[in-house]
Design a binder for this molecule. Structure first.
Ligand code: 6R9
Length: 665
């Protein structure tokens, strides 16, 4: 496979590898028609392989630089990188103004759809006006370059306006999920010492107007850093008002001038902080800067999604509160002058076809979502998407968790009319942009594999000692070369940055970034992600990935979704405990089905992977970004009191699961 810059030599796998349990032999080559018109070509890989820095310099030319850089990369203070040294640019200008100046002011930037059915069409010229007004409002509140702004909003256009207004003024935003608690918000406000919080009176979720500002009221009580709270009216909920501190968006922003001239900032000016949970302690404030981050967001968005700005309608179903929303709802698509869809609500409000109705209405051509959402759609049944015209779709993307082959196939078949390329994209909050993914039109894909590193990116799979494993082998995923979108540190904690990411492995050639994910090469050198390293179980000395057992379970016709954890076991070290949701309409027929499922896993993977226990549950605990919180399931499996549930999308799920455990198998 020529497109894999990070691929290892073919050879025997090292001793300490993950067991290579699943075999996937289906391959989907790009159609000639797609390949002919694709943005990406094999030449991109060749160019990057020939000279990585020159390659990234070319990618940076996608942007408008007020001052050109003098050096592409300064890695002399590794692991602290500087990209495009000396370059100056304005991120918001790159996402808005330059498109208006080039005559695209009337092009739609965002087709926004609210959960109750209200809509807003925002052109690039509108965006310029709205962001300018917001920027002027932030100036009027006394904010200055370098100040931090916490954004705690639902998926409404003001969230985008706020982020871009910060970018325009050189303020550093910290977006906090609308689903997070007051306590989680407070921790993040304190850590970043935010001077302003932008929120709304409420948020629409599943047909209800839930409160939001009340969380802010609790969070900012005695928070010394916060001077003001700017409040968007969205739901009309009653809110408490502190006249010294609170300001209505429609009173302050709507009365501002529609003109604002952006100034250029250093390429390394902090653009945002985004908190992500660590295995221990407080969440980590991942810091991203401007020039390199935007370069990678724009480059990956253009090539991985094959975006054609004049004809495509692009929809990323994530929330702006996680990194996918930052890079692939806001910065990447807008830098590339995309026309996007943005949807406020949940996929089953008011009915389970809501997403497909939106695809049909706006003729969405590129869709990007998470495996958990795909599996939810599978559970609801094939007949739902079948009712809608999805023929506009031409590229489908997946992100956030390993996608099991079953879900990958379903996505392609039932959403992509068995023709669209599916791109499984691996990356992290820390990487800023996509790192491992097929390129549509170039890469032949295998269901469930993220295939290979993108041009310009270098990754390796290594064993316990940091030695690279061969094809067919598995181990830890590492990144052995710096990349433009990489995090520049953990806000306020240099040591934690070094310890968390750069201390596990090292090499003479330079520092090595440890991603925390397990991965393997198949016999062709394609990369398979196996989930977080702490999601690897050890059963009688065999290392089995939770993902592989989950994939096996989901390949059974009765199972819609599965989560697997390793629970302490006196004899085997760990025992495999599976939580499964059955497909729509299927009743739990008890022991017979559970036995069937255990045998099924045994047949698919091997007797060693046979779950010790299978529990049929109505729901699984997930974060808002769709990641299953296995930590909580482990608590259940090991009969412990539940740990922190504040980051759950719906904390009542745990009650449901615990109450259904009367009859373990
Ligand atoms: C973008 C995002 C990062 C972690 C990452 C990995 C998992 C993301 C994946 C994937 C397998 C993929 N992950 N994409 N695992 N295949 N395509 O999700 O960022 O929220 O920081 O999570 O998500 O475990 O380490 P973030």
């Amino acid at each position: 496979m020529t497109q894999q810059s990070g691929a290892a030599e073919s050879g025997p796998s090292s001793a300490a590898t993950l067991d290579n349990l699943l075999e996937e032999s289906r391959t989907f080559s790009p159609s000639e028609e797609f390949a002919r018109a694709a943005n990406a070509t094999q030449a991109l890989y060749d160019e990057a392989a020939a000279d990585r820095e020159a390659f990234w310099a070319n990618q940076a030319d996608r942007l408008h630089w007020e001052t050109r850089w003098s050096q592409v990369l300064d890695w002399s203070d590794a692991p602290f990188a500087k990209w495009f040294v000396g370059g100056r640019l304005n991120v918001a200008y790159n996402c808005i103004d330059r498109h208006v100046e080039a005559g695209h002011g009337e092009q739609v930037a965002i087709h926004w759809e609210g959960e109750p059915g209200d809509t807003r069409t925002i052109t690039y010229a509108d965006l310029q006006r709205e962001v300018s007004k917001t920027a002027n409002a932030l100036i009027s509140l006394g904010l200055q370059t370098g100040d931090r702004v916490a954004i705690y909003l639902p998926m409404i256009p003001e969230a985008v306006f706020s982020m871009l207004a910060c970018a325009r003024l050189g303020l550093t935003h910290s977006v906090v999920f609308g689903g997070f608690s007051a306590e989680a918000l407070r921790t993040r406000i304190d850590d970043a010492q935010a001077a302003l919080v932008i929120t709304s009176d409420g948020q629409n979720r599943r047909g209800k107007a839930l409160g939001l500002k009340e969380n802010v009221d609790i969070a900012v009580r005695d928070a010394d850093s916060v001077r003001n709270v700017l409040v968007v009216r969205r739901t009309g909920n009653d809110v408490e008002w502190n006249a010294d501190r609170d300001v209505w968006w429609h009173e302050l922003v709507d009365t501002q001038s529609e003109e604002h001239t952006p100034e250029a900032f250093d390429a390394e000016h902090p653009l945002f902080i985004l908190y992500t949970s660590g295995t221990t302690g407080n969440p980590k404030g991942i810091l991203h800067t401007s020039g390199g981050y935007l370069t990678q967001a724009a480059y990956t968005h253009h090539n991985v999604f094959d975006l054609k700005p004049d004809t495509d309608v692009y929809w990323c179903g994530a929330d702006v509160g996680w990194v996918t929303g930052h890079s692939y709802i806001v910065y990447g698509p807008l830098a590339n002058r995309a026309t996007s869809v943005m949807y406020e609500g949940t996929p089953n409000t008011p009915h389970e076809g809501r997403w497909w109705e939106i695809v049909q209405r706006y003729r969405v051509s590129i869709l990007y979502t998470a495996p958990t959402t795909i599996r939810t759609f599978m559970k609801w049944g094939n007949e739902i998407p079948a009712r809608y015209d999805l023929s506009s779709l031409r590229v489908l993307g997946s992100v956030g968790e390993p996608i099991n082959p079953e879900a990958w196939m379903w996505y392609r078949e039932h959403i992509g009319s068995s023709t669209t390329p599916v791109v499984d994209t691996w990356w992290q909050t820390e990487t800023g942009g996509i790192m491992i993914s097929p390129l549509p039109g170039v890469t032949a894909t295998k269901p469930g594999s993220a295939m290979g590193t993108l041009p310009g990116i270098s990754a390796k799979i290594v064993d316990e000692n940091g030695a690279e494993v061969g094809w067919g082998g598995g181990g830890y995923l590492v990144l052995d070369q710096p990349w433009p979108g990489m995090l520049r540190g953990i806000w306020g904690d240099e040591q934690r940055y070094r310890d968390t990411y750069w201390s596990r492995f090292s090499s003479e050639a330079g520092p090595i970034y440890f991603a925390g994910d397990g991965a393997k090469y198949d016999s062709d050198g394609a990369i398979w992600l196996l989930g977080r390293v702490d999601d690897v179980m050890n059963v009688s000395g065999h290392r089995i990935s939770t993902t592989e057992v989950e994939s096996a379970l989901v390949s059974h016709p009765s199972v819609a979704e599965a989560a697997v954890v390793g629970a302490a076991d006196p004899t085997t070290g760990q025992g495999i405990v599976a939580f499964v949701i059955l497909r729509g309409g299927e009743a739990d027929d008890g022991d017979a089905l559970v036995k069937q499922l255990r045998d099924h896993v045994s047949k698919e993977i091997g007797p060693i992977a046979k779950p010790r226990q299978i529990l049929v549950v109505p729901e699984l605990p997930k974060t808002r970004s769709g990641k299953i919180m296995r930590r909580l399931l482990r608590d259940v499996a090991e009969n412990r009191e539940l740990g922190d549930v504040t980051t759950l999308q719906d904390s009542s799920v745990m009650k449901l699961i615990s109450s259904g455990l009367a009859k373990p198998t």
